[in-house]
Design a protein around this ligand. Sequence first.
Ligand code: SF4
Ligand code: SF4
Length: 294
Amino acid sequence: MKELVVISGKGGTGKTSLVASFAALAERKVLADCDVDAADLHLILDPDVKIREPFSGGRQARIDSAKCTACGKCLELCRFDAVIQDGIPSAVASGFRIDPINCEGCGVCARFCPDDAIAMEDCVNGEWYVSQTRFGPMVHAKLGIAAENSGRLVTLVRQQAKFVAVEQDLDLIIVDGSPGIGCPVIASITGTDLVLAVTEPTRSGLHDLDRVRQLSKHFGVPMLVCINKFDLNEAVTREIESAAAGWGTELVGRIHYDPEVTRAQIRRASVVEHTDGQVAQDVRGVWRKVSSLL
Ligand code: SF4
Ligand code: SF4
């Protein structure tokens, strides 16, 4: 079984559009949307959810009013201003409570509460799904707004995609990775077989590409490059090609800018389903090259 991950140095380079077309073109695969902070592959693939599970990515403190003696130790120790004292202690309420927005789950308050009045509880801050799409199975997830631990959720999505691949005897996992170079991207690429980095012809695109190249190199995963909308700035495209040649990174294609890509998204279709034009030929060419190198 092979695992291909498609990433980009930042959002908006066309990564997910490319993954949706790969979904249409590849045989015997499972899809994994690991862009859990801003998942959008489902908007094109319209998944029919078969399994839905909660994701618990952290812990939060909770004060048991019945045990709390209002000593104020937790208020003094919390470095995140998450302990609130907003009432006068009474027989039924201690006047102390936890602000769930500020609580980082460090556990210091629970550790030092002299009356054992603080419990650390798992908090559900997302969901993950196994779904069926018109192109086969897909594992995806949704992280709550401002929720943390997206790296753990990415790892979980990849693990579940592997289970589905084994269960259904599939040969390939196509991962829509997270943008950037942070924890979720590291979780997206570690242990995969091949990274395809999608970039665009801008100076920041070149800079971001170099950062993801260094990340892939650090984790020992070979990387290929594809330049999307290359004809919007052919001078920078040449700079990217020359940089890639200097790094020894293979360029697997250049994709023309075409407003049909946006029309495909509006129709909730992949580019190769929507058109047979030049842009679709470009995408097919990239897939042929990538699949031959997997
Ligand atoms: S440390 Fe414990 S007993 Fe003291 S105010 Fe906080 S919760 Fe209440
Ligand atoms: S768990 Fe940490 S962040 Fe949360 S209230 Fe306690 S001390 Fe503050």
